[in-house]
Each structure stands twice: as C-alpha cells, then as structure tokens.
Design a protein around this ligand. Structure first.
Ligand code: 5AD
Ligand code: SF4
Length: 588
C-alpha cells in the first residue's frame, strides 16, 4: 500500500530582465485506486524487480521542501530534455525513459491544441516512447483537451467513460493502461479531474509538456501525478513539433502562447496563461526548415497572433513602438518595445516567395497600418484576415470587454478593404451573451449583412467559471433563445457568404492543391488566397513555366482555376494551368 503523500516542489526559473518567472510544481501522490494493481497484486513488470516498493521508499526519503528552495539560489535555465540524464532524486534515468511504451494521442479543440499535441509528442518521442494510432495497442492514452465551451468539456468526460471500460478490461498480462489529460481542461479543473474521474493518472497543463516524461514515470508507479503550472515564458521555442498527420503542402508554426486580453466571456487567459512570444530567430529557423522540406504554406499560430512581441533580447526593447488599430483600446497595461508582428511577418514572408503565409487568430485591436501595408505588398502573404467581431452591438461589446465599438470595428473593416482590395474576411460571433437583447441580436445580424464575411464561426454563449462574466454578469438569455439566435446568425451568414462568393464566378483563382476532393476521386481540392475551398476536375494541364510539360496537378502545386460556380463554403471551377506563385502574381 502506498502512503498518501504530497510533495510540494518549488522550481524557480531565474532570468535576467523582464521575463523572470516563478513556477510552482505540484506532484501529488495518492493511494492507488481499485483499478490499479495494488502492491499486494503487482503487475507483471513490477513483480519482476519490485521497482514499485523501491520507488515508494525512494520517494519517502526523497528531497525535502528545503532541498528545492536551496536549488533556487543560483540562476537556472528551464529544465530541458537533456536533463533526462539528471532526473529528480526520487527517479532513476530508466524510469524517465519510455521503455517502448506505446502512446495514443487524441486531440480536441482548436489548431493550438493540434500544435500542442505535436509538441507533447516531440518530447515523448525523445524520451523513448513509441506512437500508436491504434487505441487497443496503447499503453498510454493522452487526451489534449479544450475548455472553451461546456460542450467541449462534456465530450472529454464522455470519452473518459469509454476509456474506463478499456482500462478495467485490460488483461493483467499487459502493463496497466495509463490515462492522461493534457491542456486546457487539466489547467481549468486541476485536481477536480483526479477526484471526479478515478481512471485519470496524470494531468499536464499547457505549459507543462516538458514534464511529461517525469509525470508518466510517476504514473507508471501507480501514483497520480499533476503539473498544472502556468509559466510566464514557456514557448517551447526549442521543441520542434512532430506533425501528427504531416501534410505535404502546409504546416502551422506556433509564434506565441497565452492571452492578456481578458474578454469577459473567455476562459483562455486562465487556462493558457499570460501572453508570451517565441523569439523571432527560432520561428524563422522552423519556417526555413519547412520551406526546405518543400512545404508551400505556413500558418503562424497563436491565441492572439498579432499581439506578437519578441522581447527576448535587450536590444529589441528599443524597437519603435507600434499603435493599436484606430479607435481600439487594450484591457491590459500597454506594453513597450520588442519586435512586433509586422517585423515577424516581413521576415517570414522573405524566406520563400513560393510559400504562402497566413496567420490565426488575431485580435482586431492589433492591425496597425504597417501590418496591413505589408499584407498588401507581399505577394505570398495571403489577402485573408480573421477579424473576430463577437457581436454587432456596442453595448454587448462593452460587456464583453472587447475594447472597441461597432462603429470602430466597421471603420476598421472599411480601412482594411481600402488598403487591401478584395481581402477575404472571416469572423467569430457569440449568440446570447449575458444581457443580450433582441435589439442587440439584430445589430449582430446587421453587422453580418454589412460586412459580408467569406467565412464565419458562430457559437452559442457558454458561461465559464472564473471569467469576469461568471463573476459579474448574469447568464440570462434562455438556452432556447441562444440557439434560435445562433441559427438566425448562421442562416444570415450563409446567405451573405453565398452572395459574396458568387462574385468569384468568372474570375481566375490561384489554388494551392491539397489533394483529392473528399467527395470525389476524380476531383482535386485546394484553397485560394482567401482560404476558400476550391474544387475542380483532376485532369491533365499545361505548366506555365514549361508549356511542353503537361500532367496532372499534385498536392503542393499551384494551379490557376477559372471559377464557374460558388456556394457559401466552396468554389468550383476548371483548371487552366499549373503555375508558380511568383509567375501568377506577375500577371495579376
Ligand atoms: N462561449 C461561447 N463561445 C466562446 N468563445 C470563447 N469563449 C466562449 C464562450 N464562453 C468563442 C469566441 C472565440 C472563439 C475561439 O470561441 O467567439 O473567438
Ligand atoms: Fe479569449 Fe479574448 Fe483572448 Fe480571444 S482575445 S483568447 S476571446 S480572451
């Protein structure tokens, strides 16, 4: 029987300059629950060498609180993977290694979570774990979770119930299955998950993936383990993500993490922590590698991508300051210096003129003219901007703490369209936020009509604990009203998007081919500059750079497609020829 024991470990990362951070690490060890082989009935592995008993006694005689405090006196770098060779005193190097255990990773939520999965896997792979895409084969199941709406979390709880059956039915001849919750839900609910769902062995918050080998080693011994520390400076800059299902055409590159905006409805600042940017140099290095691999599209990724600010070197702090979009304000203290998003975009877009650059998700407040001018000037920066409005009512926007009014938002839309004619716009909207009246809702409907977005993401409001809205506002729009308003918004959005997309009919679009269309093996599918899906027949075509050369387009090829029809989500047409991004821009 293991002792119920808690070890509080203080880990201080001392950095010179403004990025100093203090991080706390909680290792929770609990009595093994009934699903686990107990010490009286050890699993096959443990029977071999009694390593379990050994682990517990080492843990008991392990470091004290003072030990960790002593370790904080000298400046230290953040623990990195090579420190696997220097394990904490209660673990051996062997215990930190994966011992060929097979990991099954499942991702929920946004693109940031896909990127987090790639980071987590990169760390585990280096530590000797193997990957499996077959759940039945797995020794470790890790769910990379999302907390943004209640429904997202419910999906995870349902999944945990299914995994419970898998865990209990597991034959004793196999090593016990370990289940871990990674990401936002681990961060939001912390130990509540361990108490509520006894099958969960480990928790790792979004800033704790480097700690996965240690957490798994602790879990392996039958203890529960958790690290839900948020960091002020973790960007995983040195961890090269390993793509789960590598695309031959495009990749996402994380450039910043966290969010300081504190919109009143949003859990993200609480689950992903403070805003911090990855050093420009490491981003450029990753993009160069992707270009060398022949990828044709990179999407710069972050919770608040255009708030990017690289302060990693002292000399960057004297960089000229940039402004917010006109008529916009920020919720957090104004920040100074650092290399800003326009600088990064400029540098990234120079790496490979044949590589398309996109970015998501931005905040409307951070679109100074230099960013817009750059998008206009650079052929390989896509003329596509996500401009999350959330509501069309200034009253609701104020309650949401978005930092702009309907008028300021519309002015920005016009300004963007003046600078970048033909730009494709997309947005997020929330239906039924606290206090939203029918009049407010109609204002959102009219904004959708006025702006005519190409793409939209629409959600019913879901109250989240910890947020400002949870503490200060009333979730007073009945569920059926939220859903009815959501449906109305979806219908209006579709109507307007169909109209907007019909203006493409008769035009020629440059399409980056992704592969065969999902619906038909005789058609190809790709995206235009504005990120709209374009479908066209897979036939032989000429190559502009070499007219002698005819053939079928392959994923990663640029093809000129004449658009013949359009719906709210897809353009259809026929191919004219294969080309290059440079060549097609020259003839635009
Ligand atoms: N309820 C509904 N939608 C939300 N979003 C964020 N928080 C909530 C919430 N509590 C939406 C916003 C955001 C997108 C990623 O998710 O529209 O832009
Ligand atoms: Fe959430 Fe607002 Fe930050 Fe977006 S900008 S992640 S909505 S707090």
């Amino acid at each position: 029987m293991y002792p119920v024991q808690c070890v509080l470990q203080v880990q201080r990362t001392v950095r010179w300059g403004p990025l100093a951070s203090v991080s706390w690490l909680l290792l929770r060890t609990c009595r093994a629950h009934s699903n686990y082989p107990s010490a009286a009935c050890p699993g096959p592995e443990r029977q071999k060498n009694g390593e379990q008993k050994d682990f517990s006694s080492r843990l008991a005689t392990g470091p004290t609180f003072q030990h960790f405090l002593r370790n904080t006196s000298a400046p230290q770098e953040k623990p990195s993977l090579p420190e696997l060779e220097d394990p904490p005193p209660y673990l051996t190097v062997e215990e930190l290694l994966g011992r060929q255990r097979k990991v099954y990773l499942e991702t929920y939520g946004c693109q940031m979570n896909v990127n987090d999965t790639e980071i987590a896997w990169s760390i585990l792979q280096k530590s000797g774990y193997l990957r499996t895409s077959n759940l039945q084969e797995a020794d470790v199941v890790l769910l990379v979770t999302c907390s943004i709406r209640e429904k997202a979390e419910q999906t995870i709880w349902n999944r945990l119930h299914q995994l419970k059956a898998l865990k209990t039915k597991r034959p004793r001849s196999r090593v016990p299955l370990k289940v871990g919750i990674l990401g936002c839900m681990a961060e939001r609910l912390k130990e509540e998950i361990l108490n509520r769902e006894k099958i969960v062995d480990l928790l790792a918050g979004p800033d704790a993936y480097r700690d996965l080998p240690r957490l798994l080693a602790v879990a392996e011994s039958g203890q529960q383990a958790a690290n839900v520390l948020l960091s002020l400076d973790e960007t995983y800059a040195d961890v090269m993500p390993v793509q789960t299902s590598p695309s031959v055409t495009s990749a996402f590159v994380s450039i910043m993490r966290g969010c300081d905006n504190m919109c009143s409805y949003c859990i993200v600042p609480f689950t992903r922590g403070r805003e911090r940017s990855r050093p420009v140099a490491s981003i450029l290095e990753e993009v160069r590698k992707l270009s060398d691999q022949g990828l044709k599209e990179v999407t710069l990724l972050g919770q608040n991508v255009n708030s990017f600010r690289d302060n990693s070197e002292v000399q960057f702090n004297s960089a000229a300051s940039t402004n917010l979009s006109r008529g916009f304000s920020a919720n957090s203290k104004s920040k100074q210096g650092g290399l800003r998003f326009s600088h990064l975009l400029d540098q990234v877009s120079r790496i490979d003129p044949e590589m398309r650059i996109r970015f998501t998700s931005p905040h409307p407040k951070d679109f100074p003219d230099e960013v817009l001018q750059l998008i206009r000037e650079r052929d390989n920066i896509c003329k596509q901007i996500h401009l999350p409005a959330q509501s069309g009512s200034s009253r609701v926007l104020a309650a949401m703490r978005r930092g702009y009014s309907r008028e300021a938002y519309l002015e920005l839309v016009h300004h963007i369209r003046d600078i970048i004619p033909g730009v494709s716009l997309s947005s997020d909207f929330i239906a039924g936020f606290c206090g939203e009246t029918e009049e407010d809702h109609l204002q959102t409907v009219s904004l959708l009509r006025d702006v005519q977005y190409n793409v939209g993401f629409l959600f019913a409001y879901s109250m989240r604990q910890k947020t400002r809205a949870y503490h200060r506002l009333k979730d007073d729009v009945p569920e059926e009203v939220k859903l009815r308003r959501l449906e109305e918004l979806i219908n209006v959005f579709r109507e307007e998007a169909s109209k907007t997309n019909k203006t493409f009919v008769g035009c020629t679009q440059l399409v980056l081919v992704e592969g065969l269309s999902k619906r038909s093996s005789t058609e190809l599918c790709g995206r235009n500059d504005g990120n709209l899906k374009v479908v066209f027949p897979d036939v032989e075509m000429e190559d502009v750079t070499n007219p002698e050369l005819t053939g079928r387009a392959q994923p990663g090829d640029y093809v000129l497609v004449k658009i013949t029809s359009a719906s709210s989500q897809t353009l259809r047409g026929h191919s004219l020829c294969r080309t290059t991004l440079k060549d097609s821009s020259a003839h635009r």
